[in-house]
Design a protein around this ligand. Structure first.
Ligand code: GCW
Length: 714
């Protein structure tokens, strides 16, 4: 039955676009010079498909060209490589590539990178192309995985309409482990997931591996993600039992040809939960043996198992402190269990004790810095971008400048727990870049978080970045079309954090939505402004954690009481009739002292602290003057209102380009932007009505008053 409200397909809709194809959409490129160039240059390919990964690369390229230029390349038989227009291979799979003399370039590509070049080969010597009549596009790598990455990068060139004439790309990932963290439970619920159920169909596994897993692998490989933690950090030891390990093995086998390794979360009490031991004390011999044997069992099934991710002694999870041992004792015990297989342990620094302390955000630093230097070489400590919890904006975590002897992994949240979840458009590349580019100033200027986590600053062998996944069983994978861009941006930045947020948005739009230049530029500017808009209408000027209790979606600045103070809003904003903000300078909790002196001084002084972190570090009187010349109260009203204006503008801008986008997605995106604009006003009105009870001041003239009295919002 066709429902009355079903959108009528536009005449140009060839197929119903529902978002399933992500950025691997491969719809026909628009007619024009570029398409002609591609059709001329890309007629045939030579690739030895005897390896599963090379076969995947070949199939992907065939599919991409079939869609983008309307013609699949002919596969040239082995031995006749020089007749093909695209040659894909490693020096050992391709005699032509072996003879190209590009070993220095390939050396830089490492084990996962690649080289793409346009070359002419005459008498087995390589010539740069000038007026040549015969040229090859070469996708070369040292490994099959490198070839797959190179193939996807080449496809990206076509999707973004770049010329092939001067093509030369040499690329290798800056961070070696680029991992998604799924907070997926074994009952297929997803903690902080807003896109349906978990994609891991545990009941059907291991006999059936859903085709969605293969598409998940393709999507991740296309952006260079090479690891996935299947299970929630609030862990269930059942995943470590034999029947579940058989299921995990089936997933690992499916992901392996795409260069993706599987990791699991380890519940610290597993030796008790499933091992019948009386203790999980990390120094107990039986416990150590149990983990060793468990690890051997895992590696027998999954020889390239990545290792364990652990949340311990945090928010009620068991951990070594239950036995008066340290985080290092716990991590090292697990590290010893996986070391002989080159496994690693990723130990999370997101810890805070059950006794509510002076200032929760100080705790990870206080607990972990004394342990620097005590971890085994195969332990990484994974630190969230900010010291609190994935807020719309936080300053960078001070641990990034404080543990030089320990390889640190950066944990970002791709799922937008505190940023409007599935409905609101908030493109996160600017947030990710903000933390990657932040300068810790330890030991000196230029010591950015990016250089800490890529291992270069302190010469670590291990490097990692993690993104808490936003992926689920929803047809469009991520609950909204725009949320796909955050998965994409995470992968792209994990591979190369020097890419710009704008360029990544551009790629994503062209691959996912359309090539129409008006749509591209409109959507690009919407995306780039979206996170700042959200910060303004939710938590301007350094406010944090004023979302509703537990769900963290709508406004809840009035939330107080309940189990623990540091789960309430009032703990964080501290508003009263005198002012608002958390004093983290030396007159308050002094958390600012956790930064290097240069950074500390900037944050600690009212004269130099950036506006965006003002109320995070300072308590400010309602009538104090801001840089803008406005009083704090008026500035707050101004920022909240600016956020609403931006959300409304996004809705309007979308409506101008929506007719150029396929019907279903255009409508779904439009619906969510409408919700966002309404909810931005809800946020503004609720928060300002509440804060007004403290400021006791009117709204400045000309400002739209809240739609309802405060009671309405509570
Ligand atoms: O962001 C908070 C979430 C919890 C989460 C926790 C964590 C997995 O509200 O749902 O638990 O952080 O990162 O461990």
């Amino acid at each position: 039955m066709v429902m009355a409200c079903a959108p009528r397909a536009k005449s140009q809709d060839a197929v119903v676009e529902d978002g399933y194809d992500l950025w691997l959409r491969y719809r026909a490129l628009p007619a024009g010079e570029r398409l002609d160039e591609y059709r001329e240059a890309l007629r045939s390919m030579a690739i030895d498909t005897t390896s599963p990964t090379r076969k995947i690369a070949a199939d992907e390229l065939r599919r991409a060209l079939g869609g983008l230029i309307g013609r699949e390349p002919e596969l040239v038989a082995g031995g006749a490589e020089s007749r093909a227009s695209i040659v894909i291979g490693t020096p050992s799979s391709s005699p032509l590539i072996a003879g190209l003399g590009i070993s220095a370039n390939l050396e830089r590509a490492g084990t996962e990178g690649f080289v793409i070049d346009v070359v002419q080969v005459i008498d087995n010597r390589k010539w740069r192309l000038s007026d040549a009549s015969r040229r090859y596009i070469v996708i070369a790598a040292n490994t099959n995985i490198g070839l797959l990455h190179g193939t996807f990068a080449f496809i990206r060139q076509l999707q973004t309409g770049r010329t092939l004439r001067k093509l030369y790309i040499e690329s290798a990932p800056r961070i070696s482990r680029r991992i998604l963290n799924h907070w997926d439970n074994l009952d297929r619920t997803v903690e902080r997931g807003y896109a349906g159920k978990s994609i891991w169909e545990w009941d059907a596994l291991p006999d059936t591996v859903s085709p969605r897993i293969i598409d998940y692998a393709r999507a991740n490989a296309s952006i260079g993600i090479n690891g996935t933690v299947l299970t929630n950090v609030n862990a269930n030891a059942t995943v470590l039992t034999a029947p579940y390990l058989a299921k995990v093995k089936a997933i690992a086998d499916a992901l392996r040809p795409y260069g993706i390794r599987v990791y699991l979360t380890a519940r610290f009490s597993a030796p008790i939960d499933i091992g019948k031991l009386a203790t999980a004390d990390p120094l107990d011999e039986n416990v150590r043996r149990w983990w060793k044997e468990k690890s051997e069992e895992i590696y027998r099934a999954i020889p390239d198992f990545g290792g364990f991710l652990v949340k311990a002694n945090s928010e009620g999870q068991p951990g070594p402190q239950d036995y008066h041992r340290t985080h290092a004792d716990g991590a090292n015990m697990l590290a010893d269990a996986v070391a002989s297989h080159e496994g690693i342990v990723i130990w999370r620094a997101f810890v805070y004790s059950n006794e509510v302390p002076v200032d929760r955000i100080r705790q990870a630093y206080d607990e972990f810095t004394p342990l620097d230097g005590q971890f085994r070489p195969n332990v990484m400590v994974q630190v969230k971008n900010g010291p609190l919890d994935f807020q719309p904006r936080e300053p960078f975590h001070p641990l990034f400048g404080a543990m030089p002897k320990t390889p640190l992994a950066l944990e970002l949240q791709v799922t937008k727990e505190y940023l409007g979840q599935d409905t609101h458009l908030a493109y996160l590349a600017p947030l990710f870049k903000e933390v990657l580019d932040a300068d810790t100033w330890r030991p000196g200027e230029g010591s950015t978080v990016a250089k800490v986590i890529d291992g270069s600053l302190d010469h670590h062998r291990l490097s990692a970045i993690a993104g808490v996944a936003n992926i689920g069983s929803d047809r469009n994978w991520t609950g909204s079309h725009f949320n796909q861009a955050n998965w994409y941006a995470f992968g792209r930045l994990a591979w190369d954090y020097t890419l710009s947020a704008g360029d990544i948005a551009d790629e994503w739009i062209r691959a996912t939505l359309t090539h129409d230049s008006t749509v591209v530029s409109t959507v690009r500017s919407m995306m780039l402004g979206s996170r700042e808009a959200l910060v303004n209408y939710m938590t301007p000027l350094g406010l944090v954690h004023i979302m509703g209790r537990n769900h963290h979606y709508g406004p809840g600045p009035w939330v107080e009481g309940g189990g623990r103070a540091d789960w309430t809003a009032v703990y964080y904003h501290r508003a009263d009739t005198l002012g608002i903000g958390f004093d983290r300078t030396s007159t308050g909790s002094n958390a600012v002292a956790q930064y290097a002196p240069h950074v500390r001084d900037i944050f600690a002084s009212r004269a130099t602290v950036p506006d965006e972190y003002l109320l995070w570090f300072h308590r400010v009187g309602w009538n104090e003057r801001m840089r803008s010349g406005r009083t704090l109260w008026n500035e707050l009203v101004y920022r909240y209102s600016a956020g609403v204006d931006s959300a409304r503008a996004m809705e309007r801008e979308w409506n101008t380009v929506a007719p150029k986008v396929d019907t279903l997605r255009a409508r779904e995106i439009g619906d969510f932007l409408e919700i966002q604009a309404k909810e931005a006003k809800w946020w503004r009105d609720a928060a300002l009505s509440y804060f007004q009870t403290f400021s006791r001041q009117p709204f400045p003239p000309g400002v739209e008053p809240p739609a309802h009295p405060l009671d309405f919002y509570l």
